[in-house]
Design a binder for this molecule. Structure first.
Ligand code: NAD
Ligand code: ZN
Ligand code: ZN
Length: 377
């Protein structure tokens, strides 16, 4: 079938909207009609060439949609299911899956490196030339073919523009708090960087009754947003911060990682979520690390088990225990991808979400959604 997708053809250049060919789902796969896709900073890092990727590639790894068809071996009743896509479904066979560390699955890592599905091939092509998948997902598109296990069922009435964020940013912040850092009620927390990931970390810290929750960001708009999502204090990075029990780095800047370390108390944890370019180093003083039993933890998706954690977050959203509404500050159609990327690059957005359900090529049923205040984004 023909689909519309935003393709990274060359590093450092804008994405190109293309009509691509998408093969039907093979054994164990499903076809998903995408409704919404968030833009994560990692998409921007790929565009900037901060880490290598096989090109051309359809970007986007925060997708939500509806199962439209199933391949051989997949239960027919899944058609019509509302789903969130995950980039680590877990192969169930590698040592990390067997240890329950699904986020480190070697099969998913291989798919991510090579830009292919689990059988080592792509379903996407342009004029017969293979186009790569980003991390099994490729959600800057009207449709995607993904492993059936990578399409996690969520309640039908969950708003797609929030649901899609459960694929990466929200899942990462939530699991970083609940799993990797194991924050307890009353723990003091600082979150450096209030983008989609940092704001989700703040919302999760509130959920588990951390106190205080200090948001750190140079932009006043982001500090304001952080207070709405559950921060109890919001400060500029030039201010005196800490010491706190647990400091999260969600900016992806080496100097900020070092600052987060300095803001962590004796016996505390510094949790690194942000990812700068490949090869970037930070330095931590060994005397303090040893003498004060200071843990520095790196994390991929917060240590999430997506098939467990995505439905859990969905349930908490439905129950009103978690309110992520303020997170989505900007909405664009897929054909407005350049503007959407520009807003994401500005750092001013909580999350920018693409409305992929209203394909520009179809022309019909186009819903032009602007800023919440009705103004230009
Ligand atoms: N480890 C993982 O599994 C994982 C998952 C998702 C994203 N990421 C990474 O997390 C990082 C954040 O992603 P995002 O989508 O939230 O990014 P974003 O661009 O939306 O947000 C980054 C925020 O950092 C702030 N910032 C800039 N300089 C700062 C400073 N000196 N001190 C404090 N804050 C500062 C910006 O103002 C902005 O609000 C990125 O590096 C991304 O690649 C990692
Ligand atoms: Zn991401
Ligand atoms: Zn595995």
């Amino acid at each position: 079938m023909e689909i519309t997708a935003a393709v990274l053809e060359r590093v450092g250049e804008p994405l190109v909207l293309r009509a691509l060919d998408l093969e039907p789902p093979r054994h164990g796969e499903v076809l998903v009609r995408l409704l919404a896709s968030g833009i994560c900073h990692s998409d921007l890092s790929l565009m900037e060439g901060k880490w290598p990727a096989p090109l051309p590639m359809v970007l986007g790894h925060e997708g939500a949609g509806v199962v439209e068809a199933v391949g051989p071996g997949v239960d027919e009743t899944r058609v019509g299911e509302s789903v969130v896509l995950t980039f680590t479904p877990g192969c169930g066979r590698c040592r990390f899956c067997l240890e329950g560390r699904i986020n480190l699955c070697t099969s998913a890592a291989r798919s991510m490196d090579d830009g292919v599905l689990e059988d080592g091939t792509t379903r996407l092509s342009l004029n017969g030339q293979a186009v790569h998948h980003l991390a099994l997902v490729s959600s800057f598109a009207t449709h995607a073919v993904v492993p059936a296990a990578a399409a996690i069922p969520v309640p039908r009435d969950l708003d797609p523009e929030i649901a899609c964020l459960l694929g990466c940013g929200v899942l990462t912040g939530f699991a970083a708090v609940t799993r990797r850092a194991a924050v307890s009620p009353g723990d003091s927390v600082a979150v450096f960087g209030c983008g989609g990931v940092g704001l989700a970390t703040i919302a999760a810290a509130r959920l588990v009754s951390a106190y205080p929750i200090v948001a750190v960001d140079p932009l006043p708009e982001k500090r304001e947003l952080a207070l709405r999502l559950g921060a109890t204090h919001a400060v500029d990075p030039v201010d005196e911060i800490g010491p706190v029990d647990i400091a999260f780095e969600a900016a992806g800047i080496a100097a900020v990682a070092e600052q987060a370390f300095r803001a962590t108390r004796t016996g505390g944890k510094t949790v690194l979520i942000g990812q700068p370019a490949l090869g970037v180093h930070a330095s931590f003083p060994i005397y303090e690390l040893t003498q004060f039993e200071h843990d520095v933890l790196g994390t991929h998706i917060g240590g999430a088990v997506p098939a467990l954690d995505i439905p859990t977050i969905a349930r908490l959203l439905q129950a009103g225990r978690l309110d992520l509404g303020p997170l989505v500050t900007h909405r664009f159609r897929l054909d407005e991808i350049d503007e959407a990327i520009a807003v994401a690059v500005s750092g001013l957005a909580g999350r920018v979400v693409l409305d992929t359900g209203n394909a520009w090529r179809e022309g019909a049923n186009v819903r032009l959604v602007r800023n919440q205040d009705g103004g230009e984004p």
